[in-house]
Design a protein around this ligand. Sequence first.
Ligand code: MG
Length: 157
Amino acid sequence: MVRIGLGRDLHRLEEGRPFLLAGVHLPFPKGEAGHSDGDVLVHAVIDALLGAAALGDIGELFPPGDPTWNDANSMELLAQVWNRVKSDKWQLVNIDCCIICEAPKILPYREEIRSALAAVLETNIESVFVKGKTAEGLGPIGEGRAVEAEAVCLLTK
Ligand code: MG
């Protein structure tokens, strides 16, 4: 059996917050706002995995109103989710992601981001891809007020 999953997320960008993608800190004056560490890419990946395995969604597993998840390390949440998905005997075929923001540039950090995701998902780097896109200056993302991430994954068992 093969199942596809889709996840997406958007976070506001605020001065003084770290800009984190899969736990990789990109030097930039702004970063993702959020009750957790705001790692928008990891949140999209989590929802893609949960959707493919029909196990719920990130807001259900880690409710934003629950103080347990204040400043939560999203990579640790991803590890928990991956353990849950694995416990249902799913194997990851591949995962593909887009990060949409006007700045910073993603490409210089792409391999580090791919490696970080591959390590938590216990797969090889070839099975994880990440692309950076801009919004061509349009809308809240184009104005540098937000960052968005999309992820699709394929699971098999
Ligand atoms: Mg989020």
